[in-house]
Ligand binder design. Structure first.
Ligand SMILES: [Ca+2]
Ligand SMILES: [Ca+2]
Length: 96
Protein backbone atom coordinates (compact mmCIF):
# COMPACT_ATOMS: atom_id res chain seq x y z
CA UNK A 1 0.00 0.00 0.00
CA UNK A 2 1.55 3.27 -1.05
CA UNK A 3 1.43 6.58 0.74
CA UNK A 4 -1.12 8.16 -1.61
CA UNK A 5 -3.55 5.31 -1.09
CA UNK A 6 -3.23 5.59 2.71
CA UNK A 7 -3.96 9.32 2.54
CA UNK A 8 -7.05 8.71 0.37
CA UNK A 9 -8.34 6.02 2.74
CA UNK A 10 -7.71 8.24 5.74
CA UNK A 11 -9.57 11.11 4.06
CA UNK A 12 -12.54 8.90 3.23
CA UNK A 13 -12.64 7.64 6.84
CA UNK A 14 -12.53 11.19 8.14
CA UNK A 15 -15.33 12.31 5.81
CA UNK A 16 -17.48 9.34 6.89
CA UNK A 17 -16.91 10.18 10.56
CA UNK A 18 -17.81 13.83 9.93
CA UNK A 19 -20.97 12.82 8.04
CA UNK A 20 -21.90 10.50 10.91
CA UNK A 21 -21.37 13.23 13.51
CA UNK A 22 -23.36 15.71 11.41
CA UNK A 23 -26.39 13.48 10.96
CA UNK A 24 -26.30 11.64 14.27
CA UNK A 25 -28.81 13.05 16.68
CA UNK A 26 -29.80 11.12 19.77
CA UNK A 27 -33.40 9.97 19.63
CA UNK A 28 -35.78 12.00 21.76
CA UNK A 29 -38.34 9.24 21.90
CA UNK A 30 -37.93 8.48 25.59
CA UNK A 31 -37.91 10.89 28.49
CA UNK A 32 -34.85 9.24 30.00
CA UNK A 33 -32.71 10.51 27.16
CA UNK A 34 -33.72 14.11 27.69
CA UNK A 35 -30.83 16.11 29.09
CA UNK A 36 -32.87 18.98 30.51
CA UNK A 37 -36.47 18.34 31.40
CA UNK A 38 -37.43 21.99 30.82
CA UNK A 39 -36.16 21.68 27.25
CA UNK A 40 -39.55 20.66 25.83
CA UNK A 41 -38.49 20.18 22.21
CA UNK A 42 -35.11 18.76 23.27
CA UNK A 43 -33.01 21.04 21.07
CA UNK A 44 -30.48 21.76 23.80
CA UNK A 45 -31.71 25.19 24.77
CA UNK A 46 -34.50 26.69 26.82
CA UNK A 47 -36.13 29.39 24.77
CA UNK A 48 -39.42 30.90 23.69
CA UNK A 49 -40.18 27.76 21.66
CA UNK A 50 -40.29 25.66 24.84
CA UNK A 51 -42.48 28.22 26.59
CA UNK A 52 -44.80 28.26 23.57
CA UNK A 53 -45.03 24.46 23.64
CA UNK A 54 -46.00 24.47 27.32
CA UNK A 55 -48.49 27.26 26.60
CA UNK A 56 -50.06 25.20 23.80
CA UNK A 57 -50.44 22.17 26.06
CA UNK A 58 -51.58 24.31 28.99
CA UNK A 59 -54.46 22.85 30.98
CA UNK A 60 -54.18 19.48 29.26
CA UNK A 61 -53.62 15.97 30.50
CA UNK A 62 -53.35 12.53 28.88
CA UNK A 63 -56.16 12.08 26.34
CA UNK A 64 -56.53 15.78 25.61
CA UNK A 65 -56.11 16.91 22.01
CA UNK A 66 -53.36 19.37 22.94
CA UNK A 67 -51.61 17.02 25.40
CA UNK A 68 -47.85 16.94 25.11
CA UNK A 69 -46.08 14.71 27.68
CA UNK A 70 -42.84 16.66 27.12
CA UNK A 71 -44.57 19.86 28.23
CA UNK A 72 -45.45 18.21 31.55
CA UNK A 73 -42.14 19.20 33.13
CA UNK A 74 -42.75 17.83 36.63
CA UNK A 75 -44.45 14.67 35.28
CA UNK A 76 -47.57 14.97 37.41
CA UNK A 77 -49.88 14.12 34.51
CA UNK A 78 -51.07 17.63 33.69
CA UNK A 79 -49.67 20.79 32.16
CA UNK A 80 -50.37 23.73 34.44
CA UNK A 81 -48.89 26.82 36.10
CA UNK A 82 -46.16 24.77 37.75
CA UNK A 83 -44.79 23.49 34.43
CA UNK A 84 -44.95 26.96 32.92
CA UNK A 85 -43.18 28.37 35.98
CA UNK A 86 -40.37 25.80 35.76
CA UNK A 87 -39.67 26.56 32.10
CA UNK A 88 -39.89 30.31 32.68
CA UNK A 89 -37.44 30.16 35.58
CA UNK A 90 -34.81 28.40 33.45
CA UNK A 91 -35.56 30.70 30.53
CA UNK A 92 -34.97 33.76 32.73
CA UNK A 93 -31.67 32.33 33.97
CA UNK A 94 -30.47 31.51 30.45
CA UNK A 95 -31.59 34.86 29.09
CA UNK A 96 -30.06 36.70 32.05
CA1 LIG B 1 -35.82 23.86 23.50
CA1 LIG C 1 -47.13 19.12 35.31
Amino acid sequence: MNRKRIIILASISLILVLIFIYFYKPSSSTDNEKKIKEDVNNDGQIDIVDITMVARAFGSGPGYKNWNPDADINKDGKVDNLDMYMVEEIYKKVKG
